[in-house]
Design a protein around this ligand. Structure first.
Ligand code: FES
Length: 273
């Protein structure tokens, strides 16, 4: 059993959970994820790691309550236990000294961007971070991101804070302004990651996205998390979750996402209706 040592509401329907899992914390690296289950009969939920503390043996996750299971997870309190907590899964981000890097996070995607940006900074990169949300109240980790970035830019769709518009508007500005950008990370909703890919493509800047499709076993067995990258089928749980944004088949990723969205809506209606 894995104890919840901290719980915080960061924004409406966006919660932070810090869980005691020393074995996972000992090995965790930026870019990886865990799969947890609230109780024995429960659904397995993959969540990217937002932070880890090796000394205290804890893993922090930030998630949005979007369906039945994440709502149930959001109802747990400090001191409660999770039945299962498996990880770290997936490949860690490739952290090197690239030079100047841009880290883009949209919505709850700012959470997995945070440890990546921090690791890139520690590796000696100049880190420009761009974070965004629909509206100011939904913006998360601004201070944390500012503390580890050389420059932080903010966008909100409705203009209640920072630039009015999309994170990709700011990304295009940075690419034009700075001439040389060595690598870009983009994590957020699929449509946002596709927009990041299309923004950097004409500049020829290597771009990494973190795909977060439906996952079931998390070990490459079930095929639920397949994505098409460079014409090859890959499993996000073992080959990813990070992939070359310019090689991802975005049309397919969006189609698969919509397929599951209908099923999730049915599950929610079934459990709450
Ligand atoms: Fe089953 Fe990736 S979650 S293969």
């Amino acid at each position: 059993m894995y104890r919840i040592v901290k719980k915080k509401e960061l924004a409406k329907n966006i919660k932070l959970l810090e869980v005691e899992a020393p074995m996972v914390a000992a090995k965790a690296a930026a870019g990886q994820f865990v799969i947890l289950r609230i109780d024995e009969p429960g659904e397995r939920i993959p969540l990217t790691i937002a932070d880890f503390n090796r000394e205290q043996g804890t893993i922090t996750m930030i998630f949005q309550e979007v369906g039945y299971t994440t709502r149930k997870l959001g109802e747990l309190k400090e001191g409660d236990y999770l039945a299962d907590f498996v990880g770290p899964l997936g490949q860690p981000s490739e952290i090197e000294k690239y030079g100047r890097v841009v880290c883009v996070g949209g919505g709850v995607g700012v959470a997995p961007v945070y440890p990546i940006a921090r690791a890139l900074k520690e590796a000696g990169n100049e880190v420009i971070s761009i974070i965004g949300a629909r509206t100011r109240e939904l913006l998360i980790l601004e201070e944390e991101m500012r503390a580890i970035s050389d420059e932080l830019l903010v966008a909100t769709d409705d203009g209640t804070y920072g630039h009015k518009g999309f994170v990709t508007d700011l990304l295009a500005e940075v690419l034009r302004r700075d001439g040389r950008v060595d690598r870009v990370w983009g994590i957020g909703p699929v449509v946002m990651m596709r927009a990041v890919a299309e923004t950097t493509r004409p500049f020829g800047v290597p771009t990494i996205v973190s795909m977060n499709p439906i996952m079931v076993d998390g070990t490459g067995m079930c095929g639920a998390c397949r994505v098409s990258v460079g014409g090859e089928t890959k499993f996000a749980c073992v080959d990813g979750p990070e992939f070359d944004a310019h090689l991802v088949d975005w049309e397919l990723a969006l189609r698969r996402l919509n397929m599951y969205r209908e099923e999730e809506a049915r599950a929610l209606a079934y459990h709450t209706g």
